[in-house]
Unconditional design. Sequence first.
Length: 154
Amino acid sequence: MRIDNLEYTMDESAERRRRPHPESAMGYLEALPATVLLERLPVPVLAVHVDGTLLYANGAFEQLVGCDRSELVGKPIGGLFVGSDAETSPFGLLRASVGEIVQLQHSVDGTIIRALVGESAFIRDDDPVVMVSFLDVTEELWNHGGLPGPAHPA
């Protein structure tokens, strides 16, 4: 077979396209790149550098805040958090907010989203990255009387 001035036998071509089949399910998981796995998670996940720059956001986080990740990655994320202290870095805010509800602002309609912050995947104090998941609890708070109704910025 000839492709782009290179000659391959059918066996060589097929071998180049195929990944080796892991011998176990665990081998399959170990071979998955981290970003592929994070993208497949149905929960919002983001990673923030110690300087407050957004390093990564998965598709579920995009949906949560209504903003394409290309508009977020590489930029400071302080503006996503409503009512955060200007003195506190977004990195510090996320580390300090584990297990607490933070307020995020939807980029399209300005709705305030209440989200519970999960524990960071990076747990050492000297880790330069914090990676957390979010659980949107806005609707649950509305249904149980914790909020007066859909929240919009003042």
